[in-house]
Design a binder for this molecule. Structure first.
Ligand code: BGC
Length: 772
């Protein structure tokens, strides 16, 4: 745990340079706009510890995998969102000496990520080896208004000398992924074109042939006045630059405004890339940095208006939750159904920027509640568009008849994860994708989604489950053998309760969905039955038979669901008895020891109880929570949020808060010692869930919202906004009461502390806390 960042409600601030934490800061201070993003690398040269990262959404490379022993059914590659052209680069020479903070004395340093307005600023005074001192202030953003553009204002002032500054703004696409499996570069040269004060590089990804054009254009001012500089262009393989010199007097400020565009063949014809990049840059220069920045601030204000959570009385918690919301909004804007949310977003290479079950199981609720329904819908449509690939994926494993197995990890619908115990066995992900359809519909009321897209996905997944179970003559029930549940600390287990539960839930929901479409749109129903080649009677009959005869691992004596058949055979030790030096287990223990141990990586049975909470009484929930939580090491960042929500449900407010803090400041405090790889973007949505579903006790039941809030003892108040079926609500919880403001033009019926309430259009209801 590291606490070197200043607590501030709207900004992340590093006061003083922490070179050994630089890679952590590069992750934390990342910028993104859904279309492109980058780590907080320095503009000028830096020979210290750094992980360079610029990413363009949707542009990936299928890196040939490395596996020890090949197994049939493995995919050939692991897709990686590529480290792309470095567009921020500005080399600085001070009277011939390179400015490099690693080679200079840093007299002062401050870095701020302003979340309210969406920009990053770095100011420092450096003394070079020659004794010359310069003051630098650089401010930059990736625009959420013009999402192919980034802009930088880079200012330098000589403090104790007059002389010549040499500046070289450049674009470098000769870039390598740090995680390249065979030390291979993923980009091929297409063209480079450098002019006096502009330049363009087009690079092509190997194998996938995406073209990305990265362009730069710049303007220079001295003492606030634009000056013409005589720049010398330079072209190298996948690289362009323009170098100019300016004579400066002591105390005179030089500002370089650098505008950059990243345009990909995902969105533009290849032959028009240069022309379109030029257009985008001309428009950016025309607007100018200050106007673009104002537009950026206004666009962020609108995002905060919808998605902010305000916490009074605890600035640390406030900063934590805003950081999570900021990063989520930087990562996914929902404008493009081909895009998704990688576990590290645009902040690092780990996980390849690809899609996991994290999206459906953790991220969807955030976007459902805080953005236009189209945003969440696009996350669902992404999977619909991959249905055919999911069917092919299941076929590779021997399934037939349109059964669909969605990949554990994907970018284009194809599986790209290569560990048999996860690729073939961690099949619960299929259930999360089905559940997301249910969640979307109950949350938005948009049940036309079923007929349009949802039903086909549900049928594909249900067909898979119906084939994945088998009849056990011994048990006289269906069983599901050889699976890995969400707890990846045991593999190849039989009858993982969570997987079996979400499987039969999917079958039940698919039967209801079929009926719904049949009764609301008979023509479309017929069309779909034909399209899917669905033998209604036979297939739905089988599904019902599985639902009625499924075996679930349970222990009657303990009154708990069993994570899997053999769970109680394990030595029943508890996390509290583990020596501190053994943690985290995944770094300290052999894999063999982990697999045989009782220790649980992340919510598994409790994940199921969280999803299907209404099926269980409080005692059942408590028994399972009390059994599993003490055996859980929470070594996945996705774990604490589910526990926070269940702890809150069980009235354990202190534990709920503890779990919340673990996710909310996970990256800010580098809790797991791994933020340098990138931020934990998908678990950030879990932080939001901890507040809204945990502390706010928000649930959707029978098409209505329910709130059962409490307030953590250190907070004065907190408030959040929720969209629900066309309503917009602002919920504020204080120590005394809960106020719900209905900001929509129609009344809403909801439940507060289990009492039905109606709040008229544009009015508020105030409800006192219940004494327990
Ligand atoms: C977790 C998975 C998750 C993945 C990506 C793993 O550590 O166990 O549940 O999907 O990380 O976030």
């Amino acid at each position: 745990m590291k606490q070197y960042l200043t607590v501030d409600e709207w900004s992340i601030i590093e006061e003083g340079f922490h070179p050994h934490y630089n890679q952590i800061s590069e992750s934390v201070f990342s910028l993104g706009n859904g279309r492109m993003g980058q780590r907080a690398n320095f503009e000028e040269a830096f020979t210290g510890e750094t992980l360079q990262g610029n990413y363009v959404a949707g542009v990936y490379y299928p890196d040939k995998t490395r596996v020890g022993w090949w197994k049939n059914g493995y995919p050939e590659y692991f897709a990686k969102v590529l480290n792309a052209a470095n567009w921020i680069g500005i080399d600085v020479k001070v009277a011939g000496e390179t400015l490099d903070l690693n080679q200079s004395e840093v007299l002062d340093f401050r870095r701020e990520l302003n979340m309210r307005e969406g920009w990053l600023e770095r100011t420092f005074t450096a003394q070079l080896a020659s004794g010359k001192q310069v003051r630098v202030a650089s401010k930059r953003f990736t625009s959420i208004v013009d999402d192919e553009v980034g802009a930088i204002r880079y200012s330098i002032t000589p403090l104790n000398f007059s002389g010549t500054l040499t500046l070289t703004p450049y674009v470098d696409a000769d870039i390598m992924n740090a995680d390249s499996n065979y030390d291979e570069k993923f980009w091929n040269e297409v063209l480079q074109d450098a002019q006096a004060n502009e330049g363009y590089v087009i690079a092509e990804t190997k194998k996938t042939f995406f073209h990305v054009c990265t362009g730069q254009k710049f303007v220079v001012t001295q003492n606030g006045q634009e000056i013409q500089v005589d720049a010398t262009p330079e072209e190298r393989t996948k690289f362009i630059a323009s170098t100019f010199k300016v004579a400066v007097q002591e105390g005179q400020e030089i500002v370089l405004y650098k505008y950059a565009a990243n345009i990909s063949s995902e969105n533009h014809p290849k032959e028009a890339l240069i022309e379109n990049t030029k257009k985008v840059l001309v428009s950016a220069v025309g607007k100018g940095f200050e106007q673009m920045l104002q537009e950026q601030a206004a666009a962020w204000a609108a995002k905060w208006e919808e998605s902010d959570i305000m916490i009074e009385g605890d600035a640390t918690a406030q900063q934590g939750i805003r950081f999570n919301i900021f990063q989520l909004n930087q990562t996914y804007t929902g404008e493009d159904e081909r895009l998704n949310i990688g576990p590290k977003g645009f902040t690092g290479e780990k996980y390849g920027g690809t899609t996991y079950w994290d999206t459906e199981a953790y991220c969807l609720p955030f976007y459902l509640a805080t953005a236009d329904p189209q945003v969440a819908r696009n996350l669902l449509v992404y999977r619909y568009k991959h249905l055919q690939k999911a069917i092919e994926n299941a076929e590779k494993l021997g399934f037939t008849g349109g059964a669909a197995l969605y990949p554990m990890v994907t970018i284009n619908g194809e599986e790209c994860h290569n560990e048999w115990e996860i690729t073939f066995e961690e099949i619960h992900r299929n259930g999360a994708i089905a559940h997301a359809i249910y969640d979307y519909i109950r949350y938005t009321g948009d049940d036309s989604y079923l007929a349009e897209y949802g039903l086909e996905v549900l049928v594909g997944i249900s067909r898979f489950w119906a084939q994945r179970v088998n009849w056990s003559a011994a048990k006289n029930q269906y069983v599901m053998l050889g699976v890995t549940g969400p707890n990846e600390y045991e593999n190849n287990v039989n009858n993982n309760w969570y997987t079996s539960t979400i499987a039969t839930w999917t079958l039940e929901y698919t039967l209801k969905a079929l009926q719904h479409v049949q009764s609301t749109d008979a023509a479309r129903y017929q069309e779909l039955v034909q399209k899917m080649n669905l033998n209604v009677e036979e297939e739905t009959g089988k599904w019902q038979h599985v639902i009625d005869n499924m075996y679930y691992a349970e222990d009657q004596e303990l009154g708990i669901f069993l994570q899997q058949d053999g769970f109680l055979d394990k030595e029943q030790t508890l996390v509290k008895d583990l020596p501190a030096e053994d943690r985290p287990l995944n770094q300290k223990w052999s894999w063999d020891r982990i697999l045989r141990s009782v220790f649980i990586k992340q919510a598994d049975v409790l994940q199921g109880i969280y999803l299907f909470e209404d099926r269980y009484d409080l005692d059942t929930i408590r028994r399972n929570y009390d059994f599993y939580e003490p055996r859980t090491v929470h070594e996945s960042s996705l774990s604490p949020c589910v526990h926070a929500i269940l702890a809150a449900k069980l009235g354990d407010e202190e534990r709920a808060y503890e779990f919340y803090l673990r996710t909310a400041r996970l990256d800010l405090d580098d809790y797991n010692n791994d933020t340098e790889d990138g931020c934990h973007i998908t678990s950030m949505a879990g932080t939001w869930m901890s507040v809204v579903q945990g502390f706010g006790g928000m649930r959707v039941r029978d098409n209505q919202l329910h709130f059962n809030p409490f307030i953590p003892s250190g907070w004065t108040s907190y408030s959040f906004k929720i969209r629900f079926c066309g309503h917009l609500l602002n919920i504020k919880v204080t120590k005394e009461s809960v106020t719900i403001e209905n900001q929509a033009e129609k009344a809403i019926k909801l439940n507060v502390f289990d009492q039905p309430q109606t709040i008229e259009a544009n009015s508020k209801g105030e409800f006192a806390h219940q004494l327990v």
